[in-house]
Write a protein that binds this ligand. Structure first.
Ligand code: SAM
Length: 352
């Protein structure tokens, strides 16, 4: 089956793509291709814009993030079930804001894991409450987590996040490992003359636990957008910051993630996987396989673009799968071939 949609640009739905999902009856679900031939099978779903952290690059001063009319757990389950069964979505990453701020996080995961053909369910978190909840999250059906940790230095961690608790995050990482939420990946946004000096400690921490450490280039969106040029650190600079502990960089085969990954041999003989996520120095837009939906149902075809509509009319007062599909296809038709130069929103709202 193949249908060409003309109302929202040359978007096509095709039944054949890399890994077809199965419909509830066992037939192959139609996969989504955007107007530029990219297969969309990865949903990043924000559960809430709320977050106890105030990261300098993410959350503008004064933003409280509490006020949105967020999707209920039933609406989320119906929406994801529809995208999986009928549009070939295979991977769902729960994010925010901070997804663990959602009181009904465990039931949401249970419901998504109980879908007839459940997607791969992962989560990005600040790690603050993993020590308490990792076991329950794994039991509910979460498969793995990415944890943001920008520095191990308590003072710098507090300066960056506004929270004086790096040890709690480190404990959360160990709890995630113990709960089997593997592979746990660690993410750090690197800022020049801020935390670039902490990269070696982060690599050492990851190597001790055999985790993957990923360094993210600062994107010109959110509170540091105006001073981005003075804070931005490219992959090449990041590697130089690691010169004193990394002896060799051996490229790893691509694993479908956004990161360019290397097996780093450290000067003390240990090995660790280090990834660089380089939206600015080396765009991966041509491989983009994702869409984002914010907690209030706004559809973001691109992290750095404005929303392309809201799915709410398809969710309320009753779930209307045809309406959801129509809004989705219209929005996806606006997915650009490359992200704009600067972001128009903040990640904590969109779901980074
Ligand atoms: N609260 C969770 C966390 O701390 O990971 C999930 C949400 S957070 C918005 C998701 C990711 O966005 C984090 O890895 C964060 O570092 C990243 N992020 C936010 N603003 C960014 C920016 N301006 N440039 C690059 N990464 C950014």
């Amino acid at each position: 089956m193949r249908a060409d949609m003309t109302m929202a640009g040359p978007l096509v739905i095709r039944s054949q793509h890399r890994s077809p999902a199965r419909t509830q009856r066992g037939a192959v679900a139609a996969g989504l291709h955007d107007a530029h031939g990219r297969v969309i099978e990865y949903l990043r779903l924000s559960l809430t814009p709320s977050c106890p952290m105030r990261c300098v690059y993410c959350r503008p001063a004064g933003m409280c993030g509490q006020a949105c009319d967020q999707m209920t757990s039933q609406e989320i389950t119906a929406l994801v079930g529809h995208l999986v069964a009928n549009h070939g979505v295979r991977k769902v990453r729960l994010t925010g804001g901070e997804p663990t701020c959602r009181r009904d996080l465990v039931p949401i995961i249970e419901q998504l894991a109980a879908l007839p053909h459940p997607p791969q369910l992962t989560m990005t978190t600040n790690g603050l409450s993993l020590a308490r909840h990792a076991t329950a999250l794994a039991a509910a059906g979460l498969t793995r987590v990415n944890v943001s940790i920008d520095s191990l230095d308590p003072d710098r961690f507090r300066q960056i996040t506004g929270v004086d608790d790096v040890e709690r995050v480190m404990g959360g990482i160990d709890a995630a490992i113990a709960a089997g939420l593997m592979p746990v990946k660690l993410n750090a946004v690197v800022m020049r003359n801020y935390n670039d000096q902490d990269m070696a400690d982060l690599v050492d921490f990851a190597a001790n636990r055999q985790l993957e450490m990923r360094f993210i280039e600062l994107m010109p969106m959110g509170p540091l957008a105006d001073t981005w040029g003075s804070r931005y650190v490219s992959e090449a600079w990041m590697k130089r910051c690691l010169d004193r502990i990394v002896e060799t960089w051996a490229p790893c085969p691509a694993d479908g993630s956004a990161a360019r990954r290397y097996q780093a041999r450290l000067t003390d003989g240990r090995h660790v996987t280090v990834g660089f996520i380089t939206p600015m120095s080396c765009s991966f837009c041509d491989r983009c396989d994702r869409i984002r939906i914010s907690a209030d149902g706004a559809l973001y075809p691109c992290l750095m673009d404005k929303p392309a509509g809201t799915l709410m009319p398809g969710l309320r007062p009753l779930f209307d799968p045809e309406k959801v599909t129509q809004i989705l296809l219209e929005g996806l038709g606006r997915k650009r071939i490359e992200h704009p130069a600067t972001g128009v929103s903040v990640m904590t709202e969109i779901g980074g």
